[in-house]
Ligand binder design. Structure first.
Ligand code: PLP
Length: 272
């Protein structure tokens, strides 16, 4: 009966990103991850992709007005305690996201600087990278580049370092954190033997997060999952270090389920 209905609260987190029709990456996996991490999941769709485990066949963007209206609507009613920003392909889209998050005083922003999919598909226009770094990095609590993205970010600040080793990651992390004044988690999984990631804070403090490599060829959506789990954990009140540590445990646990769907690099199991 209605009289027994009790209103409970739950921290909320929001994904500002792009859909993946196959459910393994982007907004669908962000929402699955946030719910699995115990927070209420909200989203702003910036673009859609037609894609499956074999590749991306179409990308279509929403208008800046549609982006603004989604973010305003969410903040007007159930404001999230953390926001994850993923794939936003264009200057116009990134500008709309930045303007909306600024106007709504968003906090705990985790930026996954998504550039290229594992399948090779380009997920951001070349001319939009400067807008990503100039508008979104200053508002970020954390940015989470993988090694190929770290290399692109190094190029934007005039460094020709090709990060491959843990020493390179230390150097890269300091250069990026200093230049862009934001905390950076350099993710080593694309180059190191294990999935070891390095946090470099704006004050120069560093911390390694170690993760054993899990021999699973189905890794579609790993980066999306990690950044949305970090955002969810921040929304639930974790410190940045705790949020990263718990997010890595979540990704490893999901990968260990050894789900094998699709004929390409498949998604992993969020219902474990
Ligand atoms: N599709 C969308 C919408 C994404 O946001 C991403 C990554 O962020 C990808 C695809 C690529 O995922 P992966 O490189 O893990 O296959």
């Amino acid at each position: 009966p209605a009289a027994e209905l009790r209103r409970t609260t739950l921290p909320a987190a929001m994904s500002v990103a792009t859909t993946d029709s196959s459910g393994g990456a982007g907004i669908p996996v962000d929402l699955k991850t946030m719910m699995a991490c115990g927070v209420f999941a909200e989203c702003c769709v910036c673009a859609i992709t037609a894609q499956n485990t074999k590749g991306v066949t179409h990308i279509e963007e929403l208008s800046p007005v549609a982006i603004r209206k989604q973010i305003d609507a969410v903040f007007d009613d159930i404001p999230p305690q953390a926001v994850k920003i993923g794939m936003v392909p264009s200057i116009e889209g990134i500008t709309a996201v930045a303007d909306a998050l600024e106007a709504n005083k968003a906090v705990n922003i985790v930026v996954d600087p998504v550039m290229v999919a594992t399948s090779g598909a380009k997920l951001i226009n070349d001319d939009a990278i400067a807008t990503l770094t100039s508008r979104l990095f200053p508002m970020a609590t954390l940015i989470t580049p993988n090694l190929p993205e770290t290399r692109v970010l190094l190029e934007t600040i005039g460094s020709d370092l090709v990060p491959e080793s843990e020493d390179d990651m230390e150097q890269a992390g300091h250069l990026i954190a200093e230049h862009y004044s934001c905390n950076v988690l350099v993710k080593g999984g694309h180059g190191l033997a294990d999935a070891n990631d390095l946090l470099v804070r704006t004050d120069g403090a560093t911390q390694w997060f170690y993760g054993e490599r899990i021999n699973n060829p189905n890794t579609h959506g790993t980066g999306c999952t990690l950044s949305s789990a970090i955002a969810a954990n921040l929304a639930a009140g974790a410190s940045l270090e705790q949020a990263i540590e718990q997010a890595k445990l979540y990704v490893s646990g999901a990968l260990r389920q050894m789900l094998d769907l699709g004929s390409g690099s498949g998604p992993f199991d969020h219902a474990w």
